[in-house]
Design a protein around this ligand. Structure first.
Ligand SMILES: [Zn+2]
Length: 255
C-alpha cells in the first residue's frame, strides 16, 4: 500500500511534470518563433540606428523662385531663378562628395514651387540644416555685396507678450544660436569669393523660417542691379566658387 501510494504519488508527479514540461516547451517554442519573426525588424532598426548615430546630416537647399516666378532679372537670358538653381545644384554635388551628408533640393528644375511646398519639404525631411539661395535686387546701382539672413523674431511690444509667444520664442532660441554660427561660417567662406563684400548678418522674421525646427540661413548672393556683381553671378566659375564656399561652411558646421 505504501509502495503503491508512493508509485501513485510518483506517477502523479510525473504526469504533472510532463504537463509542466509540455507547457514550458510550448512557451519556449512560442518564444523562439516570436524572436525569429521579429529578428529581421530588429536588424533593420539596428542598421538605421547605426546610420543615425554615425550622424548622417540631412541638408535642405532651397533654390529661390522657379517657373513663372522668375525673381529679379539679370539679363534677357538670366533670371534670379536660374542663378539660384545653378548654385543649389552645384552645392548638392559638392556636399554629397562627403559621405555623411544627404542633400534634398526643393526643386531640381525650372518649375513653380509654392512657399507651403518649400516649407513642407523642410519640415518633413528631418533636416539639420536649411540653406535658401536668392539674388538681391536693389533700386540703386550702388548697392553691392552678399547678405545673410537667419531666423529672427517680429518685435513684440511689452503689452502684447503672452505665454504662448514666450514658449514659441524659447523653442526658436534653441535653433537660433546654431543658425547664427552657420551664418558666420558662410560669411567667412564667402569672403574668399567676394572679398570685403559682406553686408553682414541679418536677423529677419522671414516667412520661410516660420516654425522651422532646424538651423536655417538664407543667402542673398549679390545684387542683380549692380553691373559688376551681375556679371559675376552669370559666370559659372563664380557660381561654382559660391557653391564650394557654402559646402565648406555646411561641412564645418556639421562636424
Ligand atoms: Zn529672391
Amino acid at each position: 500500500m505504501l509502495y503503491e501510494t508512493h508509485t501513485e504519488i510518483l506517477s502523479a508527479h510525473f504526469t504533472w511534470l510532463k504537463i509542466m514540461m509540455d507547457d514550458q516547451m510550448k512557451k519556449w517554442i512560442q518564444r523562439v518563433l516570436i524572436v525569429l519573426l521579429i529578428l529581421p525588424f530588429m536588424l533593420v532598426s539596428t542598421i538605421s540606428m547605426a546610420q543615425t548615430s554615425k550622424g548622417k546630416h540631412q541638408v535642405v537647399v532651397d533654390a529661390g523662385h522657379g517657373g513663372t516666378d522668375t525673381g529679379v532679372k539679370l539679363s534677357d537670358k538670366y533670371y534670379e531663378k536660374d542663378i539660384t538653381l545653378s548654385i543649389a545644384t552645384l552645392l548638392k554635388k559638392e556636399l554629397e562628395k562627403s559621405g555623411n551628408i544627404q542633400v534634398m533640393l526643393t526643386r531640381i528644375s525650372d518649375k513653380n514651387i509654392s512657399l507651403s511646398e518649400r516649407i513642407k519639404a523642410i519640415t518633413t525631411s528631418n533636416s539639420t540644416v536649411f540653406v535658401g539661395i536668392h539674388v538681391n535686387g536693389g533700386f540703386g546701382k550702388e548697392s553691392s555685396g552678399y547678405e545673410l539672413y537667419f531666423p529672427g523674431f517680429a518685435s513684440v511690444t511689452a503689452g502684447q507678450v503672452n505665454s504662448r509667444e514666450i514658449l514659441e520664442d524659447m523653442a526658436k532660441n534653441k535653433y537660433l544660436n546654431d543658425s547664427v554660427r552657420l551664418a558666420q561660417l558662410i560669411q567667412r567662406n564667402l569672403e574668399t569669393v567676394f572679398p570685403r563684400k559682406s553686408r553682414g548678418l541679418r536677423n529677419a522674421p522671414l516667412v520661410i523660417f516660420k516654425g522651422l525646427q532646424t538651423s536655417a540661413v538664407v543667402v542673398e548672393i549679390g545684387f542683380a542691379s549692380n553691373q559688376e556683381e551681375k556679371k559675376k553671378m552669370m559666370d559659372e566659375n563664380v557660381r561654382s566658387a559660391v557653391a564650394h564656399a557654402l559646402s565648406k561652411s555646411i561641412r564645418e558646421f556639421s562636424n
